[in-house]
Design a binder for this molecule. Structure first.
Ligand code: ADP
Ligand code: MG
Length: 327
């Protein structure tokens, strides 16, 4: 019972963006190297996420839709280790309870593909043969078709799509090694190739955010006291509104943190005499023991064991980097 209680931390589907996050994370967990996301009407009418991961065996297909079914946790230790990443075995169940869902998969060690369907709380256990290359496609239609009260909280197509796109941007900025495509109403919005070298990574950032951001930013690559910082900080010459272009990753996970923003802003102001919010895409790497990401599985919060150390490292690193390009 203890295990079940801990898993039931509760992931609630609020909008298409949440669904995309869960489904793309599942694809990444399955070792996908290529993920395609199709959305219609902001993702409310349709979401289709296709991956080339290891797939799901025929017998496991209906199981994958049931609550607390996860292939990723076997012991309590595992559970504690992965809790922060959201591996709770209920994403597919939650999503299928408020949509019309089709799960199609071809397991890597099988010759066949199979599909299961679920509509609201009616879970089909019947599975049917399908055509699909190795990997998985999850198709989700008509979000909240059975819960009109929740449908009312959905915003306009444009707003829902912008949330969805924001989610995809964060995922794309955290996994340069994976090819990602995002289409909306048949139009290609992002098409990203895997990026290994620095120049390819810059291209991905330019294509996701704006070419101007890369052109008017300073590149950061520093290490001290076991902390590592990489990425880009926009200079005042970057003309776009910057507050909505702040991406900070701690050990690969996107986080929002006051201390981090404070350190960056302070360095920016000290060096460039600029009070505005800088745009940045930054990656901090540190010993996982020095950071607690388990504060809340979905809120992107962190707690640094030594906040002062992190703050000073960020401030000093950026102070120096910005100072070197000061006009
Ligand atoms: P969790 O990811 O927490 O295990 P989910 O409800 O998201 O729970 O998924 C349930 C299970 O379905 C996963 O543990 C995994 O075995 C399987 N699964 C879901 N999506 C995929 C996918 N894209 N590729 C392979 N297996 C998947
Ligand atoms: Mg999952």
């Amino acid at each position: 019972p203890r295990l079940a209680n801990q898993i039931a931390a509760g992931e609630v589907v609020e909008r298409p963006a949440n669904i995309v996050k869960e489904l793309v994370e599942n694809a990444l967990d399955a070792g996908a190297t290529r993920i395609e996301i199709d959305a219609e009407q902001g993702g409310v009418k349709l979401l289709r996420i296709r991956d080339d991961g290891h797939g799901i065996a025929q017998d496991d297909l209906p199981l994958a839709l049931s609550r607390h079914a996860t292939s990723k946790i076997t012991t309590l230790d595992d559970l504690e280790a992965v809790a922060s990443l959201g591996f709770r075995g209920e994403a597919l169940a939650s999503i299928s309870s408020v949509t019309r869902l089709t799960l199609t998969s071809h397991a890597h060690d099988s010759d066949e593909a199979w599909a299961v369907e679920a509509e609201g709380r009616d879970m089909a256990t019947r599975i049917s043969p399908a055509a699909h290359p190795v990997g998985t496609t999850v198709e989700v239609r008509d979000l909240f078709f059975n819960t009109p009260a929740r449908r009312k909280f959905l915003r306009t197509e444009k707003t829902e799509f912008s949330h969805l796109e924001e989610t995809v941007k964060r995922l794309a900025l955290s996994r340069y090694d994976v090819a990602l495509t995002l289409r909306h109403n048949g139009r290609t919005i992002h098409q990203l190739r895997p990026a290994e070298r620095g120049i390819e990574k810059e291209k991905r950032v330019a294509s996701l955010l704006s070419a101007e951001f890369i052109d008017s930013s300073v590149h950061i690559d520093a290490e001290a006291a076991g902390l590592q910082l990489q990425g880009w900080v926009g200079l005042p010459t970057f003309s776009r509104s910057q507050a909505d272009m702040q991406y900070f990753f701690v050990n690969g996970r996107v986080v929002r943190d006051k201390l981090v923003v404070h350190a960056i802003k302070q360095a920016y102001r000290d060096v460039l005499y600029h009070g505005r919010q800088p745009a940045f895409v930054l990656y901090l790497w540190l010993d996982p023991k020095l950071v607690d990401v388990n504060v809340h599985p979905t809120k992107h919060e962190v707690r640094f064991r030594d906040g002062r150390l992190v703050h000073d490292f960020l401030f000093r690193t950026l102070h120096q980097a910005l100072g070197s390009v000061r006009p």
